[in-house]
Write a protein that binds this ligand. Structure first.
Ligand SMILES: Nc1ncnc2c1ncn2[C@@H]1O[C@H](COP(=O)(O)OP(=O)(O)O)[C@@H](O)[C@H]1O
Ligand SMILES: [Mg+2]
Length: 261
């Protein structure tokens, strides 16, 4: 697996509340270039909230946000996109009645004044899919309605790397997929990292997590219970970290784990 370098993206001591309810407590998160970091945790642990803080959809209440080692202000999704941070949502934001090219360029004002025409968009869409070794899509002019769940996820992921992104975060990308399609999507997730991107993968499937990730960050009731190389823990230990915040020498101190629960 890839050698750890400096994180491309780092959060330190992040708090986030909704009204009186504190959802994230002093969360540290590091995403490394060329690596898949898995973000795991039970329902309600705060995974989606954390990803939305990174993506600028929510503003953090406290803590530091560093990108490429420098403090940055990410107040909205536009700020995140400008840094090259993309999010692939659980519920895919693709339009059935549009084709692959149209979907990949949907909602994107061209950056730096470059306006692409249809022909150029088609070429860019095809090149992007090719760069990710996607061979399961026969034509980029296919309507998204005609695609399988796995192909749709593939298009959503390709869309996220269309603009030279540096960090891609995926919230449960395989949740609705069968075995073969899950395989395709996991291969693609791995390839994103192998192409040098920093990848954050939220998943409930511990086999997927063990297989595809380099590091694992476990959230327990809004606190980071562990941030460890994937090779250092078993699937059983990850499950324990998720359900109790502790496993052997890993995890929150007993007092903290109990106080949180
Ligand atoms: N917009 C919101 N307003 C109020 N509470 C929220 C909001 N979003 C999430 N929460 C609460 O924050 C907690 C964490 O939710 P979430 O981040 O979705 O967890 P996960 O993705 O790990 O399942 C939950 O208790 C949830 O009810
Ligand atoms: Mg969630």
């Amino acid at each position: 697996m890839t050698q750890a370098t400096e994180p491309i993206l780092q959060l330190r001591g992040v708090d986030k509340s909704f009204g009186a309810v504190q959802v994230l407590h002093e969360v540290d998160l590091s995403i490394y270039p060329g690596q898949v970091t898995a973000l795991v945790g039970d329902n309600g642990a705060g995974k989606s909230t954390l990803v939305k803080c990174v993506a600028g959809i929510y503003n953090i209440d406290a803590g530091d946000y560093l990108f490429e080692g420098k403090p940055v202000q990410v107040s909205n999704p536009r700020d995140a996109a400008a840094l090259g941070i993309e999010i692939v949502y659980q519920d895919l934001a693709l339009c059935d009645n549009l084709d692959i090219v149209q979907n990949m360029f949907l909602g994107r004002e061209p950056k730096s004044g470059i306006v692409l025409d249809e022909g150029q968009m088609e070429i860019k869409a095809r090149d992007t899919l090719a760069s990710l070794s996607v061979r399961t899509v026969s034509s980029v002019r296919q309507l998204v309605a005609s695609l399988s769940g796995g192909q749709r996820q593939t298009v959503a992921i390709a869309k996220s790397v269309l603009w030279n992104s540096k960090v891609v975060m995926l919230d449960e990308p395989t949740a609705a997929l069968g075995v073969a399609q899950t395989r395709q999507v996991l291969d693609l997730v791995r390839r994103l990292a192998d192409n040098g991107l920093g990848v954050l993968l939220i998943s409930h499937n511990m086999n997927d997590v063990k297989e595809v990730s380099d590091r694992i960050t476990a959230l327990y009731l809004g606190r980071v219970a562990a941030d460890i190389p994937a090779a250092d823990v078993t699937t059983g230990q990850i499950v324990e970290l998720i359900t109790s915040g502790r496993s052997g020498e890993h995890g929150l101190a007993p007092a903290v784990a109990q106080e949180s629960a």
